[in-house]
Write a protein that binds this ligand. Structure first.
Ligand code: UD1
Length: 420
C-alpha cells in the first residue's frame, strides 16, 4: 500500500485550484439512473470514490463514456441489472445513492448494505423509511436492501428525524419521478443537496425549497438528458486553508465557492488569520504567526461541518491556548486523536468532545490513516511537525482528495508518495 512521507516545518505559500465536490458528484452521477438519455457531468474530481461510482454504474450495464474534456456521459438506457453488488458498495457508503433513482425509474433496486468510513454505525433506516412512505416494498435480507414498487412511487410527506445528507438526496431523486407531490421535511440544507437539486431541475424535475429544510417535489413522468457541472469542493477548500493556517503560511485557493464556507471562514478568522475572498477565490494569510486555538461544534449545514472537524483539531494541536472540538453528527469520529497524540499532541477525550491544548511543536512519527478526513488531519499534523511523518493506508485520502501531494508541493510542502 502507498505511503505518504512528509518532512514537516515548511510554511505553506502559494496558489492552488480546487476540484469539483466529491459529495456533489456522487449523487449527480447516481441521478443518471433517472433518465434514458445521456447525462453529461463536468468538473468531476479524479478520486477513488468517483471511480467506484462509475464502476458501480458500469456493472449494472449503464453506459459510461469519458470525453476528451474529462466530462462523464452516463446513459442508463442500457441498464441490464438492478443489483448494486457488495464488492463495490462495501468500499463506499455513498453507493446507497443508487437506491432511490433506480427504484423510481425501473421499479426495482437491490443494493448491498453499505460500508465506507468506519466512523460510527451510520445506518440507512431513513433512506428505507422514506422510500416506504412513497409506497415502495422494501426488505433487508442476505445483506441486501431489496426494494420494489408496483407502478410509480407515490408522492408523500417524508419527515427525517435526523438530518441526513444522502438520505435527503436519495428521497429527492426518487421523488422526481413519483406520482404527485413529495414534501421532504427536516431535509439537509447542504450545498451538495442544492447542487443535486439544480442538476435534477436541469433534467426537467420540478423542485422548490432546496437549500431550506423543506423541499417540495412535483413528480413528473419523465426526465430528460442534461449537461451539468458540479460545484467546487468546500471541504477540500477548507482543508488547504487550515493547512496554511496551521503552518503560519499563506494560500490562495482558486475556482472555489466562498459563500458555502461561511462557518469555516469565521473560525479561521478567529485563529488570527487574515482571510479575504472574491467571487471564486479565498486567500488566507497567517503572516508567520502561530494560530490561536478555536473551539468548534459540528452540526448540519450551515453550521460547522463534521468533515472539517479533524483538520481543525490538528491545527489546535499546535495553536496557542486550549480549545474544544465537539462532534455531534457521528459517534467514533476521533480516531485521528490517538495518532496525533503519538506525535506529541495534548488531547483528552470526554465523550463527544476533544479538549486540545496546543503544544509548541509536534514530532514526526509513523501514523495510520483511519478514515478520509482523519487522514487529512494527519497530513496537516505532519506538515507542522518536526522531522518526518509517514502516513500509511493513504487509500483513505485518495477517496476524497485529488492529487493531494501535488497540490501541497505547489504550496512548498515537502511531501512525497512512496508506492507500495
Ligand atoms: C454525508 C457526506 C459525509 C458527511 C455527512 C455529514 C456524502 C457522500 N457524504 O454522509 O461526507 O460527513 O454527510 O455531513 O455526501 N443517519 C441515520 N439514519 C440514516 C442515515 C443517517 O441515523 O438512515 C445518521 C447518521 O448515523 C449520522 C447522521 O444521520 O449520525 C448524519 O448522517 P448523514 O447526513 O446521512 O451522512 P451521509 O449522508 O452518509
Amino acid at each position: 500500500m502507498d505511503k505518504l512521507i512528509i518532512e514537516g516545518g515548511v510554511r505553506l505559500d502559494g496558489e492552488i485550484r480546487i476540484s469539483g465536490a466529491k459529495n456533489s458528484a456522487l449523487p449527480i452521477l447516481a441521478a443518471g439512473l433517472l433518465v434514458d438519455e445521456p447525462l453529461i457531468v463536468g468538473n468531476l474530481p479524479h478520486l477513488h470514490d468517483i471511480t467506484t461510482m462509475i464502476e458501480l454504474l458500469g456493472v449494472m450495464g449503464v453506459e459510461v463514456v469519458i470525453d476528451e474534456k474529462l466530462n462523464v456521459e452516463i446513459n442508463s438506457a442500457t441498464i441490464k441489472s438492478y443489483n448494486a453488488p457488495y464488492e463495490l458498495v462495501k468500499t463506499m457508503r455513498a453507493s446507497i445513492l443508487v437506491l432511490g433513482p433506480m427504484l423510481s425509474h425501473f421499479g426495482e433496486a437491490n443494493v448491498s448494505l453499505p460500508g465506507g468510513c468506519a466512523i460510527g454505525s451510520r445506518p440507512v433506516d431513513l433512506h428505507i423509511r422514506g422510500l416506504e412512505a412513497m409506497g415502495a416494498d422494501v426488505v433487508v435480507e442476505d445483506g441486501y436492501i431489496k426494494a420494489k414498487t408496483n407502478g410509480r412511487l407515490k408522492g408523500a410527506r417524508v419527515f427525517f428525524d435526523t438530518v441526513s445528507v444522502t438520505g435527503t438526496e436519495n428521497i429527492l431523486m426518487a421523488a422526481t419521478l413519483a406520482e404527485g407531490e413529495t414534501v421532504l421535511e427536516n431535509a439537509a440544507r447542504e450545498p451538495e443537496v442544492v447542487d443535486l437539486a439544480e442538476c435534477l431541475i436541469a433534467m426537467g424535475a420540478k423542485i422548490s425549497g432546496h437549500g431550506t429544510d423543506t423541499i417540495t417535489v412535483q413528480g413528473v413522468e419523465k426526465l430528460h438528458g442534461a449537461s451539468y457541472s458540479v460545484l467546487p469542493d468546500r471541504i477540500e477548500t477548507g482543508t488547504y486553508l487550515v493547512a496554511a493556517a496551521a503552518t503560519g503560511g499563506r494560500v490562495r485557493v482558486k475556482d472555489t465557492c466562498p459563500e458555502v464556507l461561511e462557518a469555516v471562514l469565521v473560525k479561521l478568522r478567529e485563529t488570527g488569520a487574515e482571510v479575504t475572498t472574491g467571487d471564486d477565490w479565498i486567500e488566507l494569510d497567517m503572516k508567520g504567526k502561530r494560530p490561536k486555538a478555536v473551539s468548534v461544534h459540528t452540526a448540519p449545514y450551515p453550521a460547522f461541518p463534521t468533515d472539517m472537524q479533524a483538520q481543525f483539531l490538528a491545527m489546535n494541536a499546535v495553536a496557542e491556548g486550549t480549545a474544544t472540538v465537539t462532534e455531534t453528527i457521528f459517534e467514533n469520529r476521533f480516531m485521528h486523536v490517538h495518532e496525533m497524540m503519538r506525535m506529541g499532541a495534548n488531547v483528552s477525550l470526554e465523550g463527544n468532545t476533544a479538549i486540545v491544548t496546543g503544544v509548541e511543536g509536534l514530532k514526526g512519527a509513523p501514523v495510520m490513516a483511519t478514515d478520509l478526513r482523519a487522514s487529512a488531519s494527519l497530513v496537516i499534523a505532519g506538515l507542522v511537525a518536526e522531522g518526518d511523518t509517514t502516513i500509511e493506508r493513504i487509500y483513505h485520502i485518495d477517496r476524497g482528495y485529488e492529487c493531494i501531494e501535488e497540490k501541497l508541493q505547489l504550496l512548498g510542502a515537502k511531501i512525497r508518495r512512496v508506492p507500495a
